[in-house]
Design a protein around this ligand. Structure first.
Ligand SMILES: [Zn+2]
Length: 397
């Protein structure tokens, strides 16, 4: 099972079981991190699993009549709709109101309405409230710029019926006589629903089996009405088959070029990947020009400390920060490309520095080294093995 929603008070450090990343748990597991028996960082988790939903109608309730099931679910759908609209209003109230003094939208402080929601909506299961608070808050945060800053959208409104959701720890699915049964609770009542089966739902049933067997990692369950049916939607992380079967192999050959910061080539030395980073030489040229202008002015002023010394320093700090960030990103793009293509190692040749002589080449290469270490890939700096004059220009992917 994956834990993503259970609030805890303790603060502790967690480590990814597949790479060297770590993170701090405060109230809950940090965004994107997942836990089965071990913790996984967002990248490593994404390498292993892909999120999918399977949708099946209820064939018949097992331990409750249709009438009682519909009545119980109707209460849930009503409460889910009410709590969603209530929470979105609370979020707005706790946020800023735009005033003319503001130059940009202030970031929103963390919010935590869980205790109040529990008190006001006692009918809803506590885990449902915890995951709903996360979902609605994420929706509000994604919209707040349009709503309170640009006034180009209105507040999200949740229409009846909002699905009744059960987080991963609160439900299970099993097979009996080739039919799937889903179990969950509403309040004190443990409910069991038989879902539709048969050849018509072959594709869906394959995925349900993978959830039932534990091969897939189950996520949220949602129950909602559609036409005359009651629909059960199961979300699960399905293993990416290729990441288990296909091992990493081969070396990705990459280098700096005349017209791009990084290119990667195949065995025939043809380009298979290009990252231009055109802003890098542009920033360098602008910075050089500015420094030259200041240097000229400084000579003209004939003062030991020129009037613009502070501005000049600030401009340099800003320039270097930008360039370092770009180096970092470029290194990451290359390493991510190699990971996606499942290369075991990267060789990089930085001997052609004509694209931008002023670039932070050393930092750039050490960043690649660090990232390769993180992902268990080899890294080799292959200086001077490439003759730029022979380079073919073919851009792909
Ligand atoms: Zn990881």
């Amino acid at each position: 099972m994956v834990e993503t929603t259970t609030p805890t008070e303790e603060k502790k450090e967690i480590k990814c079981s597949a790479c060297t990343k770590s993170a701090l748990i405060k109230k809950r597991i940090p965004t994107g991190w997942k836990r089965t028996t071990d913790y996984f960082c967002p990248n490593c988790w994404g390498d292993r699993y892909i999120l999918r939903a399977v949708i099946l109608p209820v064939a018949s309730p097992v331990n409750i009549s249709w009438e009682d099931l519909r009545a119980a679910l109707k209460t849930m759908w009503t409460e889910m709709t009410r709590i969603s609209n209530f929470l979105i209003r609370q979020l707005t109230i706790s946020d800023v109101i735009r005033d003319p003094e503001m130059t940009k939208l202030p970031t929103m402080a963390p919010t935590y309405f869980y205790p109040e929601l529990r008190r006001l909506f006692p009918v809803l299961p506590s885990r449902t409230i915890a995951s709903l608070e996360q979902a609605v808050t994420a929706k509000y945060r994604a919209k707040r710029r349009e709503v309170i800053w640009l006034s180009s959208a209105s507040l999200p409104n949740f229409r009846y019926p909002q699905p009744f959701t059960v987080p991963n720890q609160g439900w299970s699915v099993k097979f009996e006589d080739d039919f799937p049964f889903v179990d969950f609770s509403i309040g004190e009542h443990k409910l069991s629903l038989r879902l539709r089966g048969g050849s018509r739902y072959r594709r869906q049933l394959g995925m349900v089996r993978s959830i039932a067997s534990g091969d897939s990692v189950q996520g949220e369950l949602a129950i909602y009405p559609k036409d005359k049916d009651i629909i059960v939607k199961m979300v699960a992380w399905i293993p990416r088959k290729e990441s288990v079967s296909k091992q990493q192999s081969g070396t990705l050959r990459a280098r700096s070029a005349k017209d791009a910061l990084i290119i990667a080539v195949d065995e025939k030395d043809e380009r298979i990947w290009t990252y231009h980073a055109d802003m890098v030489p542009r920033w360098a040229a602008e910075h050089r020009k500015r420094l030259q202008a200041w240097s000229d002015d400084s000579k003209a002023e004939q003062r030991p400390v020129p009037a613009f010394a502070q501005r000049r320093n600030e401009a340099s700090v800003k320039y270097h920060r930008r360039v370092n960030t770009a180096a970092d990103q470029a290194a990451r793009y290359l390493v991510n490309y190699a990971r996606r293509r499942r290369f075991a190692s990267i060789s990089f040749d930085d001997s052609d520095r004509s694209f931008c002589a002023d670039f932070v080449w050393f930092k750039f290469v050490s960043r690649m080294q660090t990232l390769c270490d993180e992902y268990g890939m080899e890294f080799a700096l292959a200086t001077g093995q490439h003759n730029p004059a022979e380079e073919r220009t073919m851009t792909a992917g």
